[in-house]
Structure formats: structure tokens, C-alpha cells
Write a protein that binds this ligand. Structure first.
Ligand SMILES: *[C@@H]1O[C@H](CO)[C@@H](O)[C@H](O)[C@H]1NC(C)=O
Ligand SMILES: *[C@@H]1O[C@H](CO)[C@@H](O)[C@H](O)[C@H]1NC(C)=O
Ligand SMILES: *[C@@H]1O[C@H](CO)[C@@H](O)[C@H](O)[C@H]1NC(C)=O
Ligand SMILES: *[C@@H]1O[C@H](CO)[C@@H](O)[C@H](O)[C@H]1NC(C)=O
Length: 389
């Protein structure tokens, strides 16, 4: 008995303390390694196209709390009270993945993007002089194929659309189904290829990259509409945009209003954004680019709202009405109260899987389940139901 006690005192107790302090030390150290850690990464496997939906983003499951909070949120800090704390699904060694920084677009790639944009623009008529531009990543391939299918029977969409993919394989995949009927150029950025490698900083980096791309187009006098391919298009929006481009009323950018009130200044959604390459929008793009590149935590949408609200350097931001362009709130509205918009954004949830599921449940998914081929009969049924209104 006493020998056991002695052994306990001389060996186990010190061992326990050593373990105890090491554990505390390690846990504390991990807690402060916030930036490079991600949680439940499949929920973050999302393109740059995910709108940051203000406070509503924090409700329910599959939210992107992890973005902007890191590991602390998984431990309950900054999370939702009452909700069961979710365990991190994958705990990475804290030093990986490293923040790769905002990817650079090579000069020759910039030239290629501008060439394709101008080429498309040259085919439009003077009275409808703008193109559609979407920037996607590999994780958005299926979503994008679905949108291409969604809009396949609209006369004026594909032939004025430029899809800018971060990596070449997504373009290859789009081309294998659509040839050159819809343009796709790659930014040749391969270290951002894997959807599963997404963490919060990479996500924000993508938004910054997209802002850099937008600035490039605007500076080079390309009038365009920035679109996102997780949206559902009910009607060909050509007339909607023409109404604005041919209007007497001047504008630098036109963006949708949010369905949920984001507060006094946070009222505008980021896209679809109609951009006229004016002095005002060029200054806006330059300012947004500079601020995003200078602060790794900033979101494009917040900067836009601030600059629009303060009419920065005379910036003129106009709005699409909610009946024209709706957002995630629309899904929750009573069918009798809601109008069929031209474009419905699929925001206030995150993760491509959740977005796909929501679209499928509402009849807005048009791909064959195994092959991802466009099923045109599904599109026709959809257009018959909605497209005529
Ligand atoms: C577009 O048209 C302009 C003016 O006609 C021309 O200078 C330019 O080379 C064209 N660009 C492309 C890419 O076709
Ligand atoms: C796109 O196709 C439609 C239908 O064929 C045509 O009317 C329109 O002029 C084309 N637009 C461009 C920009 O090529
Ligand atoms: C443009 O839209 C506004 C309201 O959305 C409408 O009052 C106006 O008549 C439209 N203009 C044209 C030229 O269609
Ligand atoms: C835009 O800026 C240029 C150069 O700064 C200037 O020459 C031009 O007059 C401006 N245009 C408008 C419409 O303000």
C-alpha cells in the first residue's frame, strides 16, 4: 500500500503536472493561432460568390461563423447561444494552410481577359453595349453549369457572358458541354484550385482578387454587369439592364437592395452590379481595390455600402428594386406576396451543397444528377412556369 502511495507521489503526480501544464500551454497556443485554422471545412467550400449576408448569416445551421472568427468560434466564442457547439470536423495542424496572399493576375492573363471582354463587347449593339462577367472557382463548377443551363433558352445571355475561372480545369469542363457558345477564360491560378483548401482568409482573398479584376475591366472602359452563378434567372434581364443603361438618369453603379434591413448604411447587395465605366466608378473601383488589398479582413460589400452611403467623391449608386432582383429572403416569403424577379440571389446560406439543395427543392436545378449535363426539358418547364410573367 505505502509503496503504491510512494510511487503515486513520486512519479504519477509530477507526471500529471507536467502533462497538465503542457496541455494548458498547448491549448492556449492553439487558441491564438486563429488565422490559419478552419472549421468544418466543407461548409466553407464556397466560391467568392457567397454574399456576406449581414446578421442573418449567423442564424441556423451551416453558417459561416468560422469566417472572421477562426477557431474561437468553434469553442463557443462569437457563436450562437443555446446552439450546440459543433466540434471542428477537421483540426489541421495549426500552421497549415498558410495564407497564400491575394493571388496575382499575370500581365499576359490580364491582356487575355481584356481581349475576350472587348471581343464580346464588340458584338453587342450600340444600344445594348454591356457584357456579363462572373468570376468563379473550381468549387463552383456545378453551380455554374446549372446557371448556364438555366439561361440556355434566353436569347441574350450566353452570347454576352464572360466566365472568368480561377483555374483552367473549370473552363475545360464548361467547354466540354458548351463549346464556345459561352466564353470562359482562366486566370491560371492553380494554388487556389482545391475547394477543400478554403479557409476564411483564402475566401476573403478571393473577394479581393475579384475586386482587382473588376477594377481592371472598369479602368479599361468595359461596361459590364458583375453576376454570380448561384443565382436563378427567371427572365432574360436584357430589358432590365437596358432600361438603366439607356436612361436619362446617370449612374456609376446599380446594385440590388437587400431584403433584410442591414441597418442604416448596410442596405445594398453587391451584385448583380451594373457598372458604367465612368470617372465615378473608376474611382470607386480603385478605392475598393486599395482598401481590400490593404486590410485582409475587409469585405467588398461593406466597402461598397460605405462608399455609396457617403457618396464618396460624388459616386452615384442607384438601386434595382426588390421586385427586379431578389435575395435569399424571397425563398421564405409567402408565394402570394412575392413577385417573380428577373434574378434571384441564393444567399443567406453558404456552401455549394446547401445552395444546390435549396435550388433543387424549389425546382431551380437543371442538371442530370450523375453526368451534370443540362436537361433542357427541365429548363423548358421552368420557363413555362415563370418566364412569361
Ligand atoms: C473592338 O472594336 C474596336 C473598335 O472597332 C477595335 O479597335 C478593337 O480592336 C476590337 N477589339 C476586339 C478584341 O475585337
Ligand atoms: C445574341 O443572340 C441573339 C439571338 O440569336 C441575337 O439577337 C443577339 O444579337 C446576339 N447578341 C450578341 C451580343 O451577339
Ligand atoms: C424603367 O423602369 C422603370 C421602373 O422600374 C419604369 O418606370 C420605366 O418605365 C422603365 N423605362 C423603360 C424605358 O423601360
Ligand atoms: C473624367 O476625368 C477625366 C480625367 O481626369 C476628365 O478629363 C473628364 O472631364 C472627366 N469626365 C467627367 C464626365 O467628369
Amino acid at each position: 500500500m505505502t509503496r503504491l502511495k510512494l510511487a503515486f507521489r513520486t512519479i504519477l503526480v509530477p507526471l500529471f503536472f507536467v502533462y497538465f501544464f503542457l496541455h494548458i500551454g498547448f491549448t492556449t497556443w492553439k487558441l491564438f493561432q486563429v488565422d490559419n485554422t478552419r472549421i468544418g471545412y466543407e461548409n466553407l467550400k464556397d466560391g467568392p460568390l457567397l454574399a456576406k449576408g449581414g446578421k442573418h448569416l449567423k442564424k441556423g445551421k451551416n453558417v459561416i461563423e468560422a469566417i472572421g472568427y477562426g477557431k474561437l468560434s468553434a469553442l463557443g466564442f462569437g457563436g450562437i447561444r443555446g446552439q450546440k457547439k459543433r466540434k471542428p470536423k477537421v483540426v489541421q495542424p495549426v500552421m497549415v494552410p498558410k495564407d497564400e496572399g491575394v493571388p496575382e493576375i499575370a500581365e499576359n492573363v490580364k491582356m487575355k481577359v481584356l481581349f475576350e471582354a472587348e471581343n464580346l463587347l464588340n458584338q453587342t449593339s450600340k444600344s445594348s453595349n454591356f457584357i456579363y462577367v462572373a468570376m468563379i472557382n473550381n468549387a463552383y463548377e456545378r453551380m455554374t453549369l446549372n446557371w448556364i443551363c438555366n439561361t440556355a433558352s434566353m436569347d441574350n445571355v450566353h452570347n454576352r457572358t464572360l466566365i472568368v475561372s480561377m483555374d483552367p480545369s473549370t473552363c475545360t469542363s464548361i467547354r466540354s458541354q458548351w463549346d464556345e457558345t459561352i466564353k470562359c477564360v482562366s486566370l491560371e491560378i492553380n494554388n487556389y484550385k482545391n475547394g477543400y483548401d478554403w479557409g476564411k482568409q483564402q475566401y476573403i482573398n478571393i473577394l479581393t482578387l475579384r475586386a482587382n479584376l473588376m477594377e481592371l475591366l472598369t479602368k479599361n472602359d468595359i461596361p459590364y454587369v458583375l453576376i454570380e452563378t448561384d443565382a436563378t434567372w427567371f427572365k432574360d434581364p436584357l430589358l432590365l439592364f437596358l432600361n438603366r443603361t439607356n436612361s436619362e438618369e446617370d449612374y456609376d453603379i446599380v446594385v440590388p437592395v437587400k431584403g433584410y434591413d442591414g441597418g442604416s448604411w448596410d442596405t445594398l447587395a453587391f451584385d448583380p452590379m451594373l457598372i458604367s465605366p465612368t470617372n465615378g466608378s473608376k474611382m470607386f473601383m480603385e478605392e475598393m481595390k486599395t482598401r481590400l488589398n490593404g486590410d485582409k479582413k475587409l469585405y467588398d460589400q461593406d466597402i461598397m455600402n460605405q462608399l455609396c452611403a457617403s457618396q464618396h467623391n460624388g459616386l452615384i449608386c442607384r438601386q434595382f428594386s426588390y421586385n427586379e432582383i431578389a435575395d435569399g429572403k424571397w425563398y421564405k416569403m409567402d408565394e402570394r406576396d412575392r413577385e417573380i424577379p428577373f434574378i434571384l440571389n441564393n444567399n443567406f446560406n453558404s456552401g455549394t451543397k446547401n445552395k444546390e439543395t435549396r435550388q433543387a427543392l424549389n425546382g431551380f436545378w437543371f442538371l442530370a444528377s450523375k453526368t451534370n449535363q443540362c436537361v433542357i426539358s427541365k429548363v423548358n418547364r421552368f420557363m413555362e412556369k415563370y418566364g412569361k410573367s
